[in-house]
Design a protein around this ligand. Sequence first.
Ligand code: GRF
Length: 199
Amino acid sequence: MNIAIFASGSGTNLQAIIDAKGRNEIKGEIALVVSDVPTCLALERAKKAGIKRLVVERKGFKSKSDFEKEIMRNLKKENIGLIALAGYMRILSADFIKSYENKILNIHPALLPSFKGAHGIKDAFEYGVKITGLTVHFVTADMDAGPIILQSAVKVTEDDTEETLAQAIHKEEHKIYPRAIQLFIEGRLKIEGRRVRII
Ligand code: GRF
């Protein structure tokens, strides 16, 4: 199965997926890394790993629909069967999501449905929760609300700052995301309403 990873930032999750693939823990091919930020570190990581890169900037297109069509054209060309969002900072349209229904995964740095949105770690830390974590879920048109695949809890200790908490969450993300991707590749994720059964 050909996988596309979408990233806009530092790409540490992308790196974890590349490394898992290197250990043969992911049986698919990372065929394409898609980014909307030409200077992001994720693209550097892809280059180093010899993975094909596609940069599509929103500003290069009149409409969001044209922007997404260009991405989609390339996904079709690469025969992509799974999209993994890994710090991709754009919201995909309902039409895009429909074209890849139940084939798009996302990782969110909080225990959904708590602390949705772009600042999951900060929001949880400031709220004062004692346990937070991360969630891998299917992407639906409703942001951060798709069926949950895997979650992992991370304790907030007395000494934690937002930064140390972020580090702990990222470390855990790097273990869980490759695992979820491999479960998808093996066809072991069965969506039943809001629930995902791992078979
Ligand atoms: C991760 O914390 C992920 O949960 C969120 O965006 C961040 C991406 O980090 N969706 P990186 O680019 O993989 O380092």
